[in-house]
Design a protein around this ligand. Structure first.
Ligand SMILES: [Fe+2]
Length: 490
């Protein structure tokens, strides 16, 4: 028997008759580990810890907030070995050890076994991809008894060497991560997009996979597993153009079933294989099932959603900055500016022609708001100034810019919060002129500049704060006998 159970977002239980492993679990109703982010796991679900299986290992694919989720790891018994990417920052490894886990590092291309489950962890090829998914690993799981296998590429395209490596293995269960988000309402240049922009690409991607790897038994759609609450609940209608279940439905039609047997996974969806063939697809297991549909927040996409002209603060503290904070703000902005040499924004500003810029200054403006009325600090960035300096022109005279709350910026730069929490709803970006080519996203600069591999000290601070705030919890998942023996031996 080989089984896969969807936990929600991009979390899975992968199991054989005698081995159970979790991948990227988010086990709490809160999606973000950042207090006040107001993000909930979607669809909502019901866990019954009393019925949960004992675990042989937990594997984390990378260090993004939605995969390495400390409040969820807190619900796992510490005797369960925790496998982390060798390429992830030391902050991640230290945080896991500080929580009491025995940590094992996975190197790209390494194969290891957990019970009768063989796991191969692949590092993607980043040479042609612009991303900040630097430490991510793809995984191929194989039941040593021969009942089944699964491959997931998590958040990145599948690199050619991995396509080749798996041609013989022919993963029986594959995943499609629906990371399709529409954040066009926070910019003035991104087109608002619906499902039509995605479907043909996904069909050809899955068909190309099938051509190389043979027909899968099942493709499971996952990802985009959160909703917004509070001030940002309107984002539920604005951000998620492609519902996972409807995506699966459309792919089944367009992909000429049965060649593309796609299932829209909801929490608790369980796929079982036996002797390499699909045995069953169930909607729910004794320990996990989706909440009744009437409890699901409405995420029906409204294409006509208006662009924003105001930003919502992430921090609940919207008081004026103190003098100390003001000095710190200037310092932090200067620091960030110095680190931006060579960034996409730096390169774009260097490259803009007078025709593209038109009447706008070939500089970037950053507005750090300190009041709801829009007052705040305004800085300009240009490669020649080697960083941010005080703005010399009106905000609308710059070719492009971004705005966020000053305190959110300070929190980011102090490791109190993460780009993952700020990007969704707390940052506004714009550009003017007839800029040819891609306009760099400031939020992407923040993702890169504040990535744990860029600033591990900041992330360590964030983890320490989180760990200190975690209450001792009854584990939702206990260690299997093998895990306990393993823990006792190290
Ligand atoms: Fe990621």
């Amino acid at each position: 028997m080989f089984e896969t159970v969807f936990l929600g977002h991009q979390g899975w239980l992968i199991g054989t008759a005698s081995t159970k492993v979790l991948l990227d679990p988010i086990l709490t109703p809160e999606f973000s580990a950042v207090a006040g982010a107001g993000m909930k796991v979607f669809p909502p679900r019901r866990f019954d810890p009393a019925a949960a299986p004992a675990l042989d290992a937990v594997i984390i694919s990378h260090e993004h907030d939605d995969h390495f989720h400390l409040p969820s790891l807190n619900l796992i018994s510490r005797e369960v070995p925790l496998y982390l990417p060798a390429n992830a920052s030391w902050a991640m490894h230290r945080a896991a050890a500080a929580m009491g886990f025995q940590v094992r590092a996975m190197a790209g291309g390494e194969t290891f076994t957990v019970g009768d489950l063989e796991v191969t962890a692949y590092s993607p090829d980043f040479r042609d991809v612009t991303t900040d998914e630097w430490d991510v690993m793809n995984f191929f799981f194989r039941d040593l008894q021969g009942h089944g296998s699964m491959f997931t590429n998590v958040d990145v395209p599948i690199a050619e060497p991995i396509m080749n490596a798996l041609a013989k293995s022919s993963p029986k269960i594959r995943t499609y991560t629906n990371n399709f988000l529409d954040l066009g309402m926070f910019t003035n240049w991104l087109p608002r997009q619906g499902a039509e922009a995605l479907l043909p690409d996904v069909v050809s991607l899955l068909q190309a996979q099938a051509a190389r790897w043979g027909r899968p038994e099942v493709v499971l759609t996952c990802g985009g597993g959160w909703s917004h609450t509070g001030d940002l609940d309107w984002m539920n209608q604005a951000c998620f153009p492609v519902d996972n279940e409807r995506l699966a439905e459309a792919l089944r039609v367009l992909g000429a079933s049965p060649d593309l047997p796609v299932v829209g996974a909801v929490p608790g969806t369980r796929v079982e294989l036996a002797y390499g063939k699909l045995k069953s697809v169930e909607e729910g297991v004794p320990w996990l099932r989706p909440a009744p549909r009437q409890e699901w927040p409405d995420r029906t996409f409204a294409r006509s959603f208006p662009r924003r002209d105001r930003i919502t603060p992430l921090s609940s503290d919207t008081s004026e900055l103190s003098e100390v904070e003001e000095r710190l703000l200037v310092e932090r902005v200067e620091e960030l500016g110095r680190r931006m040499a060579g960034s996409d924004l730096f390169l774009t500003l260097l490259s803009l022609t007078p025709e593209e810029a038109g009447r706008y200054a070939r500089k970037f403006v950053l507005v750090l708001q300190t009041s709801a009325a829009g007052d705040g600090w305004v800085f300009e960035y240009s490669p020649a100034s080697c960083g941010f300096v005080s703005a010399t022109q009106e905000v609308d005279q710059y070719i492009g810019g971004a705005a966020m709350w000053a305190r959110d910026f300070l929190d980011l730069m102090a490791g109190e919060t993460t780009p993952g929490a700020v990007t969704f709803g707390h940052l506004l970006e714009w550009r003017f002129g007839e800029v040819m080519g891609k306009w760099p996203s400031f939020s992407f600069i923040l993702w890169q500049e504040l990535h744990p591999l860029s600033q591990p000290e900041l992330r360590e601070h964030f983890y320490r704060r989180q760990i200190a705030a975690l209450a001792p919890a009854e584990p939702m998942f206990r260690g299997a006998d093998g895990a306990q023996a393993w823990a006792a031996s190290v």
